[in-house]
Design a protein around this ligand. Structure first.
Ligand SMILES: Cc1cc2nc3c(=O)[nH]c(=O)nc-3n(C[C@H](O)[C@H](O)[C@H](O)COP(=O)(O)OP(=O)(O)OC[C@H]3O[C@@H](n4cnc5c(N)ncnc54)[C@H](O)[C@@H]3O)c2cc1C
Length: 256
């Protein structure tokens, strides 16, 4: 069998579906930057972000959020600014961005945001695209299976794309092992059936977390600051994909 794990711009996807599934604009874009801490540590307003190991900070405004983190023990800096964007995505959805556009979004914000952005040598303007869930991840004869982003791209606000790709890999391995060499197509279909609904539900969290931040009820947040934290839900984090696949495999193959 062939596993199409060729990422968000997958060519294998077309082989499985029989048509080109184009991404759609989500109505949002992310300005993204990654740079060394060298100018940050020269500035008394920003050096504390890099001096004592890694840090993670976020600022939320109306329909926009800015996340800044330091990585590699404070050596590198990274930020993302997710904001409304209606640009046409037909041509390209990732290209160099302009810092003036970032300044427009963060005008009147906490001045520390500008102090961070000023140190940024260059940015990427990355349109956030999404796809409706694919009708299937497995080819008609059960010999090609999509896995990871090629089957199900995630919005960054879910922070689950890589973990769900790994769960796919574990479940596919369990199914192939359980089905044996003579049962490959049935095992590959069982992989899709075991994974499909869970992945669609996790994909939705990309939208719900974005809306939690972008359409925040600030009176509620004032009473309960924890309500704005990134959700870490047990049904996602405490799930044992391998054990679950072992438990349900026989039943699913029987039904199919
Ligand atoms: C900024 C950012 C932050 C993220 N943060 C998180 C996070 O916090 N948590 C999380 O779980 N996920 C996160 N993700 C998502 C995660 O990176 C992806 O979901 C994950 O990498 C998908 O894995 P994949 O193996 O399906 O695809 P990829 O990692 O894209 O791998 C696909 C591979 O296939 C190769 N390839 C493509 N076409 C061909 C071809 N024709 N022939 C041969 N090789 C080919 C590519 O070069 C690539 O190596 C983040 C993504 C981004 C961009």
């Amino acid at each position: 069998m062939v596993i199409g794990a060729d990422g968000v711009r997958s060519k294998a996807r077309e082989l499985v579906l029989g048509y080109v599934d184009k991404p759609k604009s989500s109505g949002y874009a992310v300005f993204r930057a990654w740079f060394s801490n060298k100018d940050m540590i020269q500035d008394p307003r920003t050096k504390h972000f890099c001096e004592n190991g890694d840090t993670f900070n976020g600022w939320i405004g109306p329909d926009v959020h800015f996340l800044f983190s330091t990585i590699k023990n404070g050596q590198d800096c990274c930020w993302v600014l997710t904001h409304k964007d209606d640009a046409d995505i037909e041509e390209s959805w990732s290209f160099p961005g302009k810092l003036e556009d970032v300044y427009k979004v963060i005008e009147d914000w906490d001045p520390i945001c500008k102090a961070i952005v000023e140190k940024t040598p260059s940015i990427v303007d990355w349109k956030l695209v999404y796809r409706d869930p694919l009708p299937r991840w497995v080819s008609e004869h059960g010999r090609i299976a999509l896995l990871g982003d090629s089957a199900h791209p995630f919005l960054p606000t879910s922070a689950q794309g890589a973990t769900q790709a790994m769960e796919d890999g574990v479940v596919l391995a369990v199914c192939l092992k359980r089905g044996g060499k003579n049962g490959v197509p049935a095992s590959v279909r069982a992989y899709q059936d075991i994974r499909y609904e869970r992945v669609c539900a996790v994909q939705k969290t990309g939208e719900t977390t974005r809306d939690l931040w972008h359409k925040a009820d600030w009176e509620k947040v004032a009473k309960d600051p924890a309500s704005i934290q990134m959700p870490r839900e047990d049904w996602i984090f405490r799930f044992d994909a391998e054990r679950n696949a072992e438990e349900v495999f026989s039943k699913i193959v029987e039904v199919n």
